[in-house]
Each structure stands twice: as C-alpha cells, then as structure tokens.
Design a binder for this molecule. Structure first.
Ligand SMILES: O=C(O)C(=O)C[C@H](O)[C@H](O)COP(=O)(O)O
Length: 210
C-alpha cells in the first residue's frame, strides 16, 4: 500500500508532541488498538529521532511512523534515516520538500491559502497540511477543494471528534489530531486505555463521514 493510501486508511494522523521514550511505544500501541495506524512524532521534542527509530523498528508493520514540525532539510533527513515514512511541517519549506522527494518519502507541508497549496504541490508536496485547521474551518477546506480536487488535504490544529467529520465531509484525505487524541495527562498517568478510547471515537467519526 502506498503511504498516501495508508494515511487515508488510518483516517486520523496522531500528532505526538512532547512524547517520551518511556511511554511512546505504549502510546503507539494504544492508538493502533483504537484503529489509528498513522502517527507523527514532532521534531521539537528531545529524542524525537530515536523515538522514530524505536517505533519504526518495533511497530513498523502495524503503524505508519512519521515526523512532525519539520522545519529544515537536516531534520527531515535525520527523521528519514531513522525510519520516518512521512514528514509533516506547519509551514512550507522548499528544502524539506526537496529532501523528502529525494528519498521518496511522503511530505505534507503546512498551507492556509489556495496559492500556498498550489505552490507547495507544484514544488513536490504529496499532501498539504491545512493548518491551523480550526482557524479556517471545514468550509474553508471545502472551498479550497472545489478548484483543487487533485491536492490531498490533511487539516490539522484544533481538530476534535466534534468537528473531524465535518473536515472529512469537506474532502479531507484524513485529519491530524494532537491534544484531543493523545492526551498528555492520560499518557503520564499510564492510562493507555483512555488513548485507545479516544482513537476509537475519532475513527468512528471519520468512518461515519465517509
Ligand atoms: O507543527 C506541527 O507540525 C503540528 O503538527 C502542529 C500541531 O501540533 C498540530 O496541529 C496538533 O494540534 P492540536 O491537535 O490542536 O493539538
């Protein structure tokens, strides 16, 4: 299956920001248990490259592991060398897109406007991360998809079970979800069942909207 198809199949891309090596595998397993099979470890977290290596090594057959908050080519290259299968940014960086294209790794830069979406796509983006999604809303995404149906869109930022279905109905390939899915308090308390429940809820909403 292509990486693009795997993202679509997961329907939800979990954003792990502030992850810790002690809990990251349990967190990923909890997400998979709830049906979320794509996750990104954000590069602004200490040890993110090693966490990507661990997850890709231990759970690579079950989960698509990516890197988030990638702002430069060096970070993209390190993440890819560690096993990242996709790279996400909050913004558009030509050098990040170029590096990912070079290694055949799916890249999803952040965009807000149709012009930014087309520029990123023409530069080689496979998907655009519509960010911050909640500021724009599902109507914005639907309006962008009108003239740009060929560009797969991944709305992220403020996505919750309450609005995830609206983004899918608006034409999203999948949605990205951080705080509403990977609850830091639950992780720190070792309540991985709560993460599985949240994943299940998100998945259900996305499935119903398709
Ligand atoms: O920098 C990136 O690449 C990001 O992924 C930005 C945010 O961490 C996500 O947009 C998650 O936002 P929430 O779901 O609102 O917690």
């Amino acid at each position: 299956m292509s990486t693009l198809d795997a993202l679509r199949e997961s329907g939800v891309v979990a954003v792990l920001r502030g992850a810790e090596s002690e809990t990251v595998v349990d967190t990923a397993e909890a997400l998979v248990e709830g049906g979320v099979t794509a996750l990104e470890v954000t590069a602004d977290t200490a040890g993110s490259t090693e966490m990507i290596r661990t997850l890709a090594g231990e759970l690579g057959d079950e989960v698509l592991v990516g890197a988030g908050t990638v702002l430069d080519a060096a970070t993209a290259q390190s993440a890819i060398a560690a096993g990242a299968e996709f790279v996400v940014s909050p913004s558009f960086h030509e050098d990040v897109v170029e590096t990912c294209n070079r290694y055949g790794v799916l890249v999803a830069p952040g965009v807000m406007t149709p012009t930014e979406a087309v520029e990123a796509y023409e530069a080689g983006a496979d998907v655009v991360k519509v960010f911050p999604a909640a500021t724009l809303g599902p109507d914005h995404l639907a309006a962008m998809k009108g003239p740009l149906p060929q560009i797969p869109m991944l709305p992220t930022g403020g996505v919750s079970p309450e609005n995830a279905g609206d983004y899918v109905e608006a034409g999203a390939l999948a949605v990205g979800a951080g705080s509403a899915l990977v609850d830091r308090d639950a992780v720190e308390a070792g309540e991985f069942g709560a993460i599985t429940e949240r994943a299940r809820t998100f998945r259900g909403v996305v499935e119903d909207a398709r």
